[in-house]
Design a protein around this ligand. Structure first.
Ligand code: PLP
Length: 411
């Protein structure tokens, strides 16, 4: 049979062990621990001689099934689910980089990732070299022999910058480093990271994958292309070949940091995956209509959305987004902060909230919220102006969203 399509793959993925009652929907195994038939069985589980669940901070059947689905969609070697997108990012870096080494990262990052890189890692002796990832020469010249990886987001927000993944993968690999990508905004449905030579792909599953803002989670997938023998931090696990990254993550870093995803959340995220393609199609189509409307409005200075044919990133996005859909997130610029606040306060359907890729449309003023911990100079460097507004387009009918924007903007 030919390879199944995205939604069929998710709907017909099989758990590692069937539920004994053959329930159609795989159950939530709400348990911390697991019973063993004998003491020898416990020893075999703890020493990895037998594969068995021992404690849900390490593995759990419901979480494992969610990990398997993501892994199938990404075509990975292995996937580990975590308590949040930030846990997925922090665990990945701690798994690969030691004090005295460095990473190269885009300066256009989700605010908390930026803060983790700039503040937390600096305190631990890990240097982060921030670059503009659209400037390939700048990226290339940031590497040295202590650089372990390059980190970018597929679509950086609120600026809506689309990364040229294949080009950046080449730069990282030519510099003997690996390429780690946060694909939260694109999900495995819009961008198949493996096709662009990404080595490790991360998602905050809190967004689209959760089914629409139901719960917080994250995933890390090893796509199988990295040579882990080049990472001395993984030396204890080198004998496991391409499982070395996941083995250290699971058996040391993630286990010791207590980053486990709860089985209840894994259940919701598995459910969310089943309708991911449907929801992404709807919100991408509406986001394009909304962007086209905003682009024509006199009060709107600029609109950032890669689906617009005159957008700076339309061409690179058209090449790397598999479905020719451009996602549900856009941003646009009004005159200043006061104008933005007045406009946002008048909205009746679109909600003022910090999340994105919910089923409900959400709007936020990034400079005064997500970027409020940064000074004006840093915000300026990151292109987060006082007039910038970020809009996450949900599943409402596009006509209703446009009517709401129209009454709030004024004609
Ligand atoms: N990566 C991106 C691109 C995000 O937008 C976010 C959150 O907004 C995160 C990571 C962090 O995810 P979480 O909130 O699940 O920790």
């Amino acid at each position: 049979m030919k390879e199944l399509q995205f939604s069929t793959k998710v709907l017909h993925a099989k758990p590692n062990k069937d539920d004994p009652h053959r329930s159609i929907r795989y159950p939530i195994y709400a348990t911390a621990a697991y019973d063993y038939a004998s003491s020898q069985d416990i020893e075999d589980a703890f020493t990895s001689k037998k594969i068995a669940h021992s404690y849900s901070r390490i593995t759990n059947p419901t979480v494992e099934f969610f990990e398997k689905k993501i892994n199938i969609l990404e075509g990975g070697v292995a996937t580990v689910a975590m308590a949040s997108g930030m846990a997925a990012i922090t665990n990945t870096i701690f798994n690969l980089v030691s004090s005295g080494e460095n990473i190269v990262a885009s300066k256009y990052l989700f605010g908390n990732t930026y803060s983790f890189f700039k503040n937390t890692l600096a305190n631990l002796g890990i240097e982060v070299r921030f670059v503009d990832h659209s400037d390939f020469e700048q990226v290339d010249s940031a590497f040295d022999d202590k650089t372990k990886l390059l980190f970018v987001e597929t679509v950086a927000n609120p600026q809506i910058i689309v990364a040229d993944l294949s080009k950046l993968a080449d730069i990282a690999h030519n510099n003997d480093a690996i390429f780690v990508v946060d694909s939260t905004l694109t999900t495995p449905y819009l961008v198949h990271a493996k096709d662009h030579n990404v080595d490790v792909v991360i998602h905050s599953t809190t967004k689209y994958i959760s089914g629409g803002g139901t719960s917080v989670g994250g995933v890390v997938t090893d796509l199988g292309s990295a040579d882990w023998t080049k990472f001395s931090i993984l030396s204890k696990f080198h004998h496991l070949g391409n499982m070395a990254f996941t083995a250290r993550l699971r058996k040391e870093v993630y286990r010791n940091m207590g980053s486990a995803l709860s089985p209840n959340t894994a259940y919701l995220h598995s459910l969310g995956l089943e309708t991911l393609a449907l929801r992404l199609r709807q919100s991408s189509q509406s986001a394009l209509k909304v962007s086209q409307y905003l682009q024509e409005h006199d009060s709107v200075k600029t609109v950032n959305y890669a689906g617009l044919i005159n957008d700076k990133y339309h061409s690179v996005a058209s090449q790397s987004f598999t479905k020719k859909l451009f996602g549900g997130l856009l941003s646009f610029e009004l005159a200043d902060k006061e104008t933005s606040y007045k406009f946002m306060d008048k909205l009746e359907i679109i909600r003022r909230a910090t999340n994105l890729n919910d089923n409900t449309s959400l709007i936020i003023h990034p400079a005064s919220t997500i970027y409020s911990e940064f000074d004006a100079e840093t915000r300026n460097d990151l292109d987060v102006s006082d007039g910038l507004v970020r809009l996450s387009v949900g599943l409402e009918d596009a006509e209703d969203l446009i009517a709401d924007l129209e009454q709030a903007l004024g004609s």
